[in-house]
Design a protein around this ligand. Structure first.
Ligand code: FAD
Length: 467
């Protein structure tokens, strides 16, 4: 059995693992990354961020053609869907990205140890390839980046035919007649929107009193209103109590306020959350400390309690986001290289790629209120923005929550056109503990959607110009 030794041995080639590998290589360390899938990129690139955004884009084009082209004086008669082509495009976009990561591995001289890795004591990973051969790798430091898997409901086990996880919901072979989505979080709303736009009736069943739990209440109310108007049939405060899965469909049994009923669909997407993936990691044998949700516990430098073993990304819990995994990967690589860096999550943005988009960073109004800190709100609607009017995209608003005395930005909550990209300037401002005034006195090009951000910042100071 060959023994290969490197400075940094990374377990998992998703956004956490592959970015950590690249950063470590940039810092002059020798690196190997263990990945069991046929392609690099992990959940995000293969069955998450990238394919979902490809389908969101395609379905948005279709919806725009059907509902909005005529307003612009464009007549599109008989627009229809070619689902195989849409799916082929999605696969091609995914392939461009997985090949891109492979290219970056070659460029940075990162060894891809292909196969299933089992972490052993002493920084050793045994890698079993699909042909059964086993290679042993040793790292002076190990970074665990094994990601997460979707949570199943006991009576709705994924078969990826009728009962779908994100994997199946990204590849349904036909437009469903009725897709039931269990879970009104980001994944449920994004994938539900895709299939609704393509013509499915979509029913969202959410146990909590609202969709998008944990977000700013005003933002959630606006999103709920818009999604219902678009045609999503949303049932909040509704518990799924059982299900009958048949060859040709699914019946979901639900309970709302003591009243029971059933919903018939041809497919069900179960998107009730994800849990850390510890396949190949015997935490007890390794004496690796886990948190209450089975996540690997780390400090602000991504160190676990086991010397020279780090963990990053979804497997550490917190917000399950690709950019969080990436940043944690950079921190782990830099700490290993001896740099004095720390991870902080205060300015971690979160996006929902529905249309309109939703983008948030920092504290919600409710969180600030609860903390007892004095605060002010600055809000500006896209309906008062010139660029939004030219685009015919006037739904939504930008909202700032700022400190009452210093006007430091504590949080920003946006729903509207392209807010996923508009959020970046606020994240940057918050990174430097910027204030609403910093954004308010910064020149923003005219006419741009970004003027809505400036105006909302000015509104927090009581001096928005256009409202
Ligand atoms: C439908 C969907 C849409 C999403 N959209 C977004 C989005 O728009 N923006 C965003 O920020 N986030 C999004 N996410 C979340 C994002 O995909 C994850 O947060 C991100 O992939 C986490 O990265 P990671 O590196 O921690 O883990 P992963 O991406 O899960 O990668 C872990 C890798 O480790 C490998 N692995 C695990 N165990 C072993 C082992 N023992 N041996 C060898 N290999 C192993 C796995 O095969 C996998 O490739 C989405 C997720 C889903 C499901």
């Amino acid at each position: 059995m060959p023994l290969n030794t490197v400075d940094v041995l990374v377990l998992g080639g998703g956004p956490g693992g592959y970015v950590a590998s690249i950063r470590a290589a940039q810092l002059g360390l020798s690196v190997a990354c263990v990945e069991m899938d046929k392609t690099l990129g992990g959940t995000c690139v293969n069955v998450g961020c990238i394919p979902s955004k490809a389908l969101l884009q395609s379905s948005e084009h279709y919806e725009w053609l059907r509902l909005h082209a005529a307003e612009h004086g464009i007549r599109v008669d008989g627009a229809s869907i070619d689902l195989p082509t849409m799916m082929a495009r999605k696969r091609e976009v995914v392939a461009q990205n997985t090949k891109g990561v492979e290219f970056l591995f070659r460029k940075n001289k990162i060894a891809w140890a292909k196969g299933f890795g089992t972490l052993k004591a002493g920084n050793v990973i045994e890698v079993r390839a699909t042909d059964g051969s086993v290679a042993t790798w040793n790292g002076r430091s190990v970074i665990v980046a094994t990601g997460s898997v979707p949570i199943e409901l006991p009576f709705l086990k994924f078969d990826e035919r009728r009962v779908l996880s994100n994997v199946g919901a990204l590849s349904i072979p036909e437009v469903p007649k009725h897709l039931i989505v269990v879970g009104g979080g980001v994944i449920g709303l994004e994938l539900g929107s895709v299939w609704r736009r393509l013509g499915a009736k979509v029913t969202v069943v959410e146990y909590a009193p609202t969709i998008l739990v944990g977000n700013d209440a005003e933002l959630v109310r606006e999103a709920d209103k818009i999604f219902r108007k678009q045609g999503l049939d949303i049932h909040t405060g509704t518990k799924v109590t059982g299900a009958d899965v048949r060859e040709d469909g699914v019946t979901i049994h639900v309970e709302n306020d003591g009243v029971t009923s059933s919903i018939e669909g041809d497919y069900v997407l179960v998107s009730v959350g994800r849990k850390p993936l510890l396949a190949g990691i015997d935490a007890a044998a390794l004496r690796l400390t886990l948190g209450t949700r089975g996540e690997i516990a780390v400090d602000s430098q991504q160190r676990t309690n086991v010397p020279n073993v780090y963990a990053i990304g979804d497997v550490c819990g917190g917000k399950l986001l690709a950019h969080k995994a990436e940043e944690e990967g950079v921190v782990a690589a830099e700490v290993i290289a001896g740099k004095p860096v720390h991870m902080h999550h205060r300015t971690m943005p979160g996006i929902v790629y529905t249309w309109p988009e939703i983008a948030t960073v920092g504290l919600t109004e409710e969180e600030v209120k609860k903390s007892g800190r004095g605060y002010r709100i600055g809000k500006f609607p896209f309906s008062a923005n010139g660029r939004a009017r030219t685009m015919g995209e006037t739904q939504g608003f930008v909202k700032f929550v700022v400190d009452a005395t210093t006007d430091e930005i504590l949080g920003a909550h946006m729903i509207g056109p392209n807010v996923a990209d508009l959020l970046a300037e606020v994240v940057l401002a918050m990174e430097y503990r910027g204030s609403a005034e910093d954004i308010g006195i910064t020149v923003h090009s005219h006419p741009t959607l970004s003027e809505t951000v400036k105006e909302a910042a000015l509104a927090a100071l009581g001096r928005a110009i256009h409202s």
